[in-house]
Design a protein around this ligand. Structure first.
Ligand SMILES: [Zn+2]
Length: 57
């Protein structure tokens, strides 16, 4: 069974948080290449998830 949007959103959030904790190049002001990619993926899924919640009402 495919993962739900929420599962992917949570996984992306976790991946990004874990990277940020371990990566010395990532901070709240700047991100490394990997951190940026993880953050963009997380932000996209977060938007999609919030849109879904909004439509659902
Ligand atoms: Zn990083």
């Amino acid at each position: 069974m495919a993962e739900s949007l929420y599962d992917r959103y949570m996984a992306a959030a976790r991946a990004y948080r874990e990277h940020e904790q371990q990566c010395t190049d990532c901070s709240s002001k700047s991100r490394c290449e990997t951190g940026r990619r993880l953050y963009e993926s997380f932000a996209r899924l977060q938007d999609a998830h919030l849109n879904w919640l909004r439509k659902r009402g």
